[in-house]
Design a protein around this ligand. Structure first.
Ligand SMILES: Cc1cc2nc3c(=O)[nH]c(=O)nc-3n(C[C@H](O)[C@H](O)[C@H](O)COP(=O)(O)O)c2cc1C
Ligand code: SF4
Ligand code: SF4
Length: 288
């Protein structure tokens, strides 16, 4: 099959997961193209047999710019899959697929599957590198499984009840608040005016003025600027206490069950243990 993967990423997690899925699909003999969804990205048209749309969960919803992108793609009848990353393995995150599914269905597409991968938080608090490594190991297993399910055309959609739909609708804070809040972001005294944040912003929402970054009104709160600033100089207004800065190291030793973070520990353990059987096969070398 020819497969096009369209990814929006703020701080790289969703891109990493997409690349992983792409690699696994390629290993299974598919022809895969990756596309990065940014502010100036226009749907290039596609002669693929299947499309994958990947996004990070923002306040239990798909990011606003990502929904805007989906609304702009032409009508079609292809099968499509959704891939999402989130910082925690809560069921409520599944509600983020409701609007993308509705938009795609309305355009004629057949939504075949949804895949969720937990990756380290880029806001609220910093996961340990051990947690990042364990998430990454789990992501490898999940993306391998997803690739074989895509190949077999397995239909796997998340069931989301009315209560979760309602809660995610009420909590769509990114959609409502970020255009306003994003304007109040600013650089603190550590800023050396390097302009890295300008390049990192997928929304082209930052410009340099008198050697300092200035923010426009199209912020989607992706945290690329705050996360990627080499001097941790970004002040993100009311969210500043939740700022996370600096890349994760995914290559270390995965956290043991005991080392899993105390926040939502039960949910993380349940999530990690879901792939236990596949993990064994992975370590036995049948899935190098
Ligand atoms: C504004 C914002 C809201 C978020 N909301 C959620 C959330 O509701 N649930 C969750 O599990 N993770 C949430 N996260 C965490 C991200 O979904 C997670 O870190 C994701 O992997 C980031 O992907 P990216 O690096 O591709 O941007 C949020 C992150 C941001 C920046
Ligand atoms: S990346 Fe950081 S140091 Fe560089 S201009 Fe932006 S805020 Fe300043
Ligand atoms: S201003 Fe920062 S948080 Fe807002 S969209 Fe740009 S990079 Fe993301």
């Amino acid at each position: 099959m020819k497969i096009d993967i369209f990814t929006f990423t703020g701080t790289g997690n969703t891109l990493r997961a997409s690349e992983l899925l792409g690699e696994e699909l390629y290993q299974l003999g598919h022809e895969v193209s990756l596309h990065s969804v940014k502010a100036d990205f226009v749907f290039p048209g596609s002669d693929a047999d299947l499309l994958v749309f990947a996004y990070p969960v923002h306040a239990f919803n798909a990011p606003k710019n990502f929904l805007k992108f989906l609304k702009k793609i032409p009508k079609g009848e292809l099968p499509v899959c959704l891939l999402r990353t989130s910082g925690e393995p809560l069921k409520l995150n599944d509600a983020s697929g409701i609007t993308p599914r509705r938009i795609l269905k309305k355009k004629g597409y057949f939504v075949q599957a949804e895949y969720s991968v937990v990756m380290p938080y880029n806001i609220i608090f910093r996961h340990s590198d051990g947690m990042a490594a364990r998430m990454w190991l789990d992501a490898k297993i999940r993306m391998k499984k997803a690739a074989s399910e895509i190949t077999e055309k397995t239909v796997t959609l998340c069931k989301v009840g009315l209560f979760r739909r309602f809660v995610s609708f009420v909590l769509r804070i990114e959609h409502v608040a970020m255009p306003v809040l994003g304007r109040t972001f600013h650089a603190g005294k550590n800023c050396i005016g390097c302009g890295a944040c300008v390049k990192l912003c997928p929304q082209n929402n930052i410009r340099m003025e008198n050697g300092k970054p200035k923010f426009g009104g199209s912020c989607v709160g992706c945290m690329a600027c705050a996360f990627g600033c080499p001097h941790d100089a970004m002040k993100i207004s009311l969210l500043n206490g939740w700022r996370v800065n600096g890349k994760y190291d995914f290559s270390g030793i995965p956290a043991t069950d005991e080392e899993v973070c105390s926040y939502c520990k039960k949910s993380y353990l349940r999530y990690f243990h879901e792939t236990e059987a596949e993990k064994e096969a992975f370590f036995l070398g049948s899935n190098p």
